[in-house]
Design a protein around this ligand. Sequence first.
Ligand SMILES: NC(=O)c1ccc[n+]([C@@H]2O[C@H](COP(=O)([O-])OP(=O)(O)OC[C@H]3O[C@@H](n4cnc5c(N)ncnc54)[C@H](O)[C@@H]3O)[C@@H](O)[C@H]2O)c1
Length: 353
Amino acid sequence: MTPPLSIRPGSTSSALASVERDLLTAAIASLETDTLVVITDETVWNLHGRHLKIPSTRKRILWISPPGEAGKSYENYRACAEHILSAGIHRKAHILAFGGGAVTDFAGFVAATLLRGLPWSAVPTTLLAMVDASIGGKTGINSEHGKNLVGAFHFPKNVWIDSRYLKTLSRDQVLSGRGEILKYCLLDERIYDKVAAGDPLETVIAACAAYKQRIVKRDPYEAGARKLLNLGHTYGHALEKSFGLPHGIAVAAGIRLIIEHSRGTATLLAEYHDLLDVLELESALDLFATPFPASQAERILSFIGKDKKLSSAEDIDLVLVKKVGKPQIRSTPIRELRDVVSRFSARGRGSRA
Ligand SMILES: NC(=O)c1ccc[n+]([C@@H]2O[C@H](COP(=O)([O-])OP(=O)(O)OC[C@H]3O[C@@H](n4cnc5c(N)ncnc54)[C@H](O)[C@@H]3O)[C@@H](O)[C@H]2O)c1
């Protein structure tokens, strides 16, 4: 039986654990509370709800959100909060997030805000949530002005990872998680080596989750090192919105632009292509097959202009990488991003994939 993969050191980080289901049941039973509030979504609950065993000695309150971003709405927040409050809770009630990143973001935000803060734990069920979203205490819901604009830092007590939930994921969801794994490969040489060597997915998940956990411990509120985790995301988010791509594919494509921006070596570009191959993310390059039309390039740039990582009207904190394992954060003039995008557009030199 796999020993629990638990994240628990200190208040800003949680116990990270890789668990099998009976161990998960034991871990849930060990929580010091008489009231468990399970927050999940319809899809996850229908597929996996029966595996989540809550001890009969505990009061259980259940909230099932609509799947995906619809769960991160004001309406769902209000309905969920009122449901939980009407069922009766106290400061030691424990929130259990059971789902993908949308659920862990939402449940964490409910935990951050009800009774001015309740303890919470996460059981991530998507690859993206296992390696990224459930770790690090960024919680939130969406505003009509953008994603995650209403939120709080509120660190989970535990993150329990069971990779068997991944078996029911769609292909797009798997690729989305792999795009984040590609990001970790460029951030950390040891993760690169594991992925390049074809190590089992469980090992790779544990390495990515532990890497994020270490960075968050060093810099919980994103004053410095935590910004490294945004590698590929400024370009990635803009490509995601402009081309309607799954998040992870867009991040993988965004990293291609970052390599260009960083003037990464030919070796780095070759390693990037190898990773796309191993992670089956080659479709990230489809959008570079023909130059972006000028209107598309403008669209990408307008999304970049709205990025949350803008440190002023002119500059943006960008994570550059010239070599695997050596990322650097640099305040970067927007005009540099404009130059890079134009190199991939019809006005520039054309296809650079
Ligand atoms: N807080 C953070 O640090 C952080 C980091 C990255 C992303 N995020 C957030 O995470 C969200 C994206 O996460 P996600 O990709 O996990 O999306 P998601 O939670 O929306 O899940 C995607 C879809 O997969 C379904 N699903 C979940 N688990 C499943 C399973 N085991 N089998 C089958 N279907 C399953 C869900 O019902 C949903 O329809 C976004 O809202 C993003 O803002 C947060």
